[in-house]
Design a protein around this ligand. Structure first.
Ligand SMILES: [Zn+2]
Length: 202
């Protein structure tokens, strides 16, 4: 088992060149969630855990969905907030928005462990502040960036780590989504979810 300090040291290391995805105007950069996930897997192995906190919040007036989650790393917990636009109330587009919001929440939580700070410094105004050394910095809370659907990040999601309360099989991301869309708090797989609780299909 590694200590928290050992893991942090490795998590903060710069990613290979080309990791940061830059927006068309060159002003904003982001790191795909898959990159964060594989760094966590490589460095922290079984010593990290991602979970969604509570239910996603839908706001159909503003057409946004908000997802909150947290990463537990050894004994440290950092929360992340993700917001995504819902382009249309079609089930598939709601699902896309949910997954994007979850990705953003995951990314936000990773950021609080200082992952990718060195790589993203050129795109962040605060990183140029003379009082800040990106490699030895104290935590700063940033507001999440509200972005639309990004096909680069919606397809791979962090594992949910819950098991069905009936058969004990691990839940897939789609099963978690189905439960959260229907406001079902207990963990059920597709087979064991009580049918009368399903109002919205994915
Ligand atoms: Zn089951």
């Amino acid at each position: 088992m590694k200590t928290y300090a050992e893991i942090m040291e490795q998590l903060k290391k710069p990613f290979p060149p080309g990791t940061v995805k830059v927006s068309g105007d060159g002003k904003r950069g982001h790191i795909p969630v898959q990159v964060y996930m594989s760094r966590l897997e490589d460095v922290a192995e079984s010593q990290w855990h991602w979970r969604i906190i509570g239910e996603p919040v839908f706001n159909f007036e503003k057409n946004i969905v908000i997802v909150k989650g947290e990463i537990t790393l050894v004994d440290a917990i950092r929360q992340g907030l993700g917001v995504a636009k819902i382009k249309n109330v079609e089930a598939s587009l709601i699902k896309n928005a949910l997954m994007t919001a979850e990705s953003e929440a995951f990314r936000d939580a990773c950021d609080k462990f200082k992952m990718g700070w060195i790589d993203l410094a050129p795109y962040r105004d605060w990183s140029k502040n003379p009082g800040i050394d990106v490699s030895h910095q104290t935590l700063i809370d940033e507001n999440p960036i509200i972005e639309g659907f990004d096909p680069n990040i919606h397809s791979v999601m962090p594992v949910s780590n819950r098991n069905c309360i009936k058969c004990k099989n691990p839940l897939s991301q789609n099963e978690e989504l189905l439960l959260s869309m229907n406001g079902i708090k207990h963990a059920y797989c597709k087979e064991h979810v009580p049918k009368q609780l399903i109002k919205k299909q994915l």
